[in-house]
Design a protein around this ligand. Sequence first.
Ligand SMILES: [Zn+2]
Length: 116
Amino acid sequence: MKYMCPVCGYRELTDPPEDYEICPCCGTEFGYDDATFTHEELRRRWLRAGAPWFDYTTPPPANWNPNTQLYEAGYGYTLMGQEADSRVSSSSWPMSLARQGRGISWRLVSLEDQAA
Ligand SMILES: [Zn+2]
């Protein structure tokens, strides 16, 4: 049985996200970090940090991509490229991922951050 992280959408947790289980992807310690912050807040912090892979003793899945992971988990983030005109909506996400393959670098922003 695998569990999904409610912060980053990582689907390979071996234990439920509780009782001090630590997500190897985003580093959230459940029962500790999420006692102080909501999952939404923790997700935003992880994104602001650049959505890094947390646990160096656990390798990320092959072809791991935090953008894809968040999208597939249904978390409402959009991608924004470095260029202003490459701002995209989540509905055009598959296209965005294709463009990523052409060497455009991305950062993740929340809808809230975009509005600011
Ligand atoms: Zn996580």
